[in-house]
Ligand binder design. Structure first.
Ligand SMILES: NC(=O)c1ccc[n+]([C@@H]2O[C@H](COP(=O)([O-])OP(=O)(O)OC[C@H]3O[C@@H](n4cnc5c(N)ncnc54)[C@H](O)[C@@H]3O)[C@@H](O)[C@H]2O)c1
Length: 309
């Protein structure tokens, strides 16, 4: 991680190192002109959204959490209370700045200098594009998109951000981790010889499932349980295995796979309440030079767990 050493650059250092704990950003300021305050707005008040807001506030005392959005008001209130306890002087989210519903992202974008997007992946391209079009810097969680239309929209939003000198920071955190950076450098320099095969594992317990509550519409229920619905999350390859695949691509010189084949299924998550995702996947990716990546992810309880590259 690059730390700048000029004495009065805390704003820029924040933007270089923080919008949710990550560290790559192009040069450019993200704070309101003439002010020491950076207003961040959070879209998606789950576990990651809370942590991303905390990361950003840890980076600089001038960072203020100014607005929050979620499909459910109780999630906003729970995270607002928890964050206020940790950062009493930096959480400035009045009731009027708590927004619910599928259009809530628009209001958060309006109230913020930097937008943190940590909601269901299906919406990441839409919200990223809206934030960039509004001239805001963005931290967007992985997966940035879960279908070809979304990927194209994200690529276009990043192009637009470049033209506007705005920052877009990705939640693929391995790229900012000093240990990974050094390891990948050494491997690429030949420390372990030529790479012919890579094995990737993300074997874990199931995602939390929130009970269905009276009063929620079906789409609110699914939206607030995104990990269990593939149209929202993309299922577990873009959710969990994405970190491993990002590192595999990275070590192979940012190569993209030429083709893949795989299989998956559902053996433990039974019943309508568990939504539509599989609980195990195995995918073989073929990269240039016949390098194969064997990738496995699984979300079944009481099994052998391993997260490794
Ligand atoms: N980089 C990492 O290592 C890492 C770790 C965990 C999660 N994540 C990513 O962060 C994102 C959020 O993860 P999480 O664990 O907090 O999920 P979560 O399901 O616990 O929380 C997401 C929240 O977003 C809300 N939401 C869904 N759609 C919305 C919409 N259209 N507008 C506003 N709010 C909406 C939901 O109600 C929910 O409260 C996911 O994309 C996930 O993959 C990244």
């Amino acid at each position: 991680m690059k730390i700048l050493d000029e004495p009065d650059n805390s704003r820029r250092r924040f933007l270089k190192t923080a919008a949710a704990g990550l560290s790559w950003l192009p040069s450019g300021a993200g704070y309101a002109a003439g002010s020491d305050v950076i207003r961040i707005g959070l879209i998606g008040c789950g576990g990651r959204g809370e942590a991303a807001a905390l990361n950003a506030m840890n980076a600089d005392k001038g960072v203020r959490l100014a607005a929050m959005a979620d499909l459910l008001m109780d999630r906003i209130q729970e995270k607002r209370t928890a964050l206020k306890l940790r950062k009493p002087d930096q959480v400035e989210v009045s009731d009027e700045r708590c927004f619910t519903g599928f259009d809530a992202y628009k209001q958060v974008i309006e109230c913020s200098d930097v937008v943190l997007i940590a909601n269901a992946a299906k919406f990441h391209p839409l919200h990223l594009r809206a934030a960039v079009e509004a001239g805001k810097h963005v931290f967007v969680e992985k997966p940035h998109a879960i279908d070809p239309a979304g990927v194209k929209a994200v690529a276009a939003a990043c192009e637009l951000a470049k033209r506007k000198n705005l920052c877009v920071v990705s939640g693929l955190q391995s790229r900012y981790h000093p240990g990974y950076i050094e390891t990948i450098r050494r491997v690429q320099e030949g420390a372990i010889g030529e790479i012919v095969t890579i094995e990737e594992n993300f074997l874990r317990a199931p995602y939390v499932l929130y009970p269905r509550r009276p009063g929620l519409t079906e789409v609110e229920y699914q939206g607030s349980n995104q990990y269990h619905f593939h149209w929202l999350s993309g299922d577990d390859v873009p959710q969990s295995l994405i970190h491993n695949l990002d590192r595999a691509s990275w070590v192979l010189g940012n190569a993209a796979p030429l083709k893949c084949h795989g299989m998956g299924g559902r053996s433990s998550l039974r019943g309508e309440i568990y939504g539509s995702v599989f609980d195990h996947h195995a995918v073989v990716y073929e990269f240039p030079n016949r390098v194969r990546v064997y990738a496995f992810c699984r979300t079944i309880p009481n099994c052998y767990n391993e997260t490794s590259s």
